[in-house]
Design a protein around this ligand. Structure first.
Ligand code: SF4
Length: 357
């Protein structure tokens, strides 16, 4: 792969068959937004996410119906499932007993040592990791008072406090996450914590917002952190269909040269030579590409036949617009001329042919 990233070597651990840390690839996570107790809808969403490239899925477990549902959900999915628990240690235990492959809980807020110990014992019995950590919105009052506001140091001190509670119980199967909504606070916090522990780090920027704003903040934040060699799993948090989170995560990792699989659509910015509705065509190609997410190829959508095929020489398959007609090309070589209205269909035929190879 074409990257110069020297990764921080973290402790390797296993989340339901997906190994993270060590020299394992950075895993992509997302979170369902179905009701977890709606087993059918949750399974459907998880399987769509898996197809899009998600490696690990997290589900909210707000009550015992959701904890119970894990048992059925697990029968219909292949991804490791992380149960997201707030405050109630009994829910954590129920989630583990029902097959959760990892739980996310903060030992500092579940009500005392005995309750934490009960969760830890269950995690040991089932050999599953616990993710602990903090995000800027839920930073404990004592750290806000000590530092005056959310700072990288405050986030790290809080997260390490959670870690120490588990380590004191001789539990080391730990993933840490520290998320801030401010990009550079997040970056600094990861830089600080990366030298303090070898537990794997789950990286993300929290409360980023909508598709455009959220993607930009996540790409900058996660991009910097991963480029510094820090991070073992990532999640792009978006107020959008979780499928978009997975697609964005893949874009980030691909941009850093950390993955070279999956379908990628590239397109030219258009210019005065463009004679077709390239913006509309590109949107249609993006939609079409979603049906071929398991192909490992690059598709190019270019505005003109004069420069398009040459500029997109790296593309496995491309279309270039002309006046009333366009070209289908592969690695810069023209395959055929097609009337403009037939370009999309011709591209689909090429993709079908690649899929059936
Ligand atoms: Fe302009 Fe053609 Fe290049 Fe697109 S491919 S930017 S239309 S020259």
């Amino acid at each position: 792969m074409n990257n110069d990233i020297s990764r921080r070597i973290s402790h390797e651990l296993n989340i339901g068959g997906v190994k993270i840390g060590g020299s394992n690839p950075i895993a992509i996570q997302s979170m369902t937004n179905t009701r977890t107790d709606d087993v059918k809808a949750t399974i459907e969403q998880i399987n769509r996410l898996a197809k899009a490239g998600c490696d690990i899925i997290r589900c909210a477990v707000p009550d015992f119906k959701a904890a119970e549902a894990i048992k059925e959900i697990k029968k219909g999915i292949s991804l490791p499932l992380v149960a997201d628990i707030h405050f109630d240690y009994k829910l954590a235990i129920a989630a583990i007993k029902n097959g959760a492959d990892k739980i996310r809980i903060n030992p500092g807020n579940i009500g005392g040592e005995e309750k934490v110990r009960a969760v830890v014992e269950e995690a040991i019995k089932h050999d599953i990791p616990i993710r602990v950590g903090v995000n800027s919105g839920s930073l404990e009052k004592k750290y806000l008072e000590k530092y005056g506001k959310v700072t990288p140091e405050a986030l790290v001190e809080s997260a390490m406090g959670q870690v120490r509670i588990l380590e004191k119980m001789d539990f080391h199967n730990i993933v840490i996450s520290i998320k801030a909504s401010d990009v550079m606070t997040s970056v600094k916090a990861h830089e600080l914590i990366s030298g303090m522990t070898d537990h794997p780090l789950h990286v993300g920027i929290t409360e980023t917002g909508s598709l455009i704003g959220g993607n930009i903040k996540s790409a900058v934040g996660i991009g910097i952190i991963i480029h510094e060699g820090i991070g073992d799993t990532i999640r792009v948090s978006l107020t959008a269909d979780p499928i978009e989170e997975v697609r964005s995560a893949k874009h980030i990792l691909r941009s850093l040269g950390l993955i070279n699989s999956g379908i990628e659509v590239v397109s030219c910015p258009t210019c005065g030579r463009t004679r077709i509705d390239l913006i509309g065509l590109e949107a249609k190609v993006e939609e079409l590409a979603k049906e071929y997410e398991d192909l490992d190829i690059k598709i190019a959508v270019m505005g003109c036949a004069v420069n398009g095929p040459g500029e997109a020489r790296e593309a496995d398959i491309g279309i270039a617009g002309g006046i009333g007609e366009g070209l289908i090309f592969s690695h810069g070589n023209v395959i055929k001329k097609v009337p403009e209205e037939g370009l999309l269909l011709a591209l689909k035929e090429q993709l079908d042919a690649l899929k059936n190879m």
